[in-house]
Design a protein around this ligand. Structure first.
Ligand code: SAM
Length: 275
């Protein structure tokens, strides 16, 4: 029953990962809800609040899969730009507010800047594109099939780069972070949401038990795929813990590197700036 993730030869890892996500693509969103009791939604909502979307950015979400992060990003932009957000007191008699209203108006008519979702797996992207159509986002996202370790972009293209629950699936996480650094503009920000290490011993015990006994069987029942979910828990187990990952990000030239634990470290958000 052991997927033997850490024993898989490096050259085969990506192919295995691709199999996993091709196999679960259709059930991926449902599985996330079931396995995390919906908590992944709270983490992702919070992540987007940390990102603080700006309509002027060129934005890229890597390993974006079925679009969860990009959709939240665009929704947040729309929330800011909806007319109801403009203070009602913004009338010509109140110059300060008028100014605010005008600048919001300008922002609204400015063409939406770039929002790119990159992912290596065409099946995951296909689910994402369909969801985008269903949610009326289809003309606002560019879907690009690409490996996070080798992005098909020129240097210094993006203001913000996010990667959520994606980096641990990549074979060389240092290459992923270096690529992020390369495609970011100076002053740009790298933000990563990923499973991490639970910092409380008792909680870690229950979390390990839960992972081992609940996740693969649920994978079997819902996606008819035990192995993919066995892989999932192993990939979490071998991913560097918070401080080690922060060091790696620093070693890839990012500055002001910080991290924040979510749910006692079940997940963590790492952040760094390209200066
Ligand atoms: N970010 C999405 C979310 O939070 O729901 C999807 C996360 S999903 C757990 C991991 C994604 O990483 C999959 O869609 C998979 O195809 C993608 N992936 C794995 N290896 C990759 C690589 N080397 N480059 C780009 N994407 C990759």
């Amino acid at each position: 029953t052991n997927f033997g993730y850490d024993q898989v030869p490096e050259a085969e890892k990506q192919a295995r990962v691709n199999q996993v996500f091709s196999s679960v693509a259709d059930k991926y969103d449902l599985m996330n809800d079931v396995m995390s009791f919906g908590i992944h939604r709270i983490w992702k909502d919070y992540f987007i609040r940390v990102v603080r979307p700006d309509p002027q950015w060129n934005y890229i979400d890597v390993a974006g899969g079925t679009g969860d992060i990009a959709f939240r990003y665009l929704k947040e932009i729309d929330r800011y730009q909806s007319p109801s957000q403009i203070p009602t007191s913004a009338t010509p008699e109140t110059p300060t507010h008028t100014y605010m209203a005008e600048s919001l108006e300008q922002t609204r008519i400015r063409p939406t800047s770039k929002c790119v979702v990159a992912d290596i797996n065409p099946q995951m992207l296909a689910v994402g594109k369909q969801r985008a159509i269903d949610n009326n986002f289809h003309d606002r996202i560019q879907w690009i099939e690409a490996n996070a370790e080798e992005l098909p972009f020129e240097n210094e293209q993006f203001d913000v780069y996010t990667i959520a629950f994606g980096i641990r699936n990549c074979t060389h996480i240092d290459r992923v972070v270096s690529e992020a650094h390369r495609v970011l503009k100076k002053g740009g920000r790298f933000l990563c949401l990923e499973f991490s290490q639970v910092n409380n011993t008792l909680l870690r015990y229950f979390y390990d038990q839960y992972s081992k006994t609940f996740i693969p069987p649920m994978g079997q029942i819902i996606a008819n795929d035990w192995k993919s979910y066995q892989y999932l828990i192993e990939s979490i187990r071998v991913f560097p813990k918070q401080t080690e990952f922060a060091d790696l990000i620093r070693s890839c030239q990012f500055r002001y590197v910080t991290y924040e634990n979510l749910s006692f470290g079940v997940a963590a958000i790492h952040s760094g700036y390209k200066l």
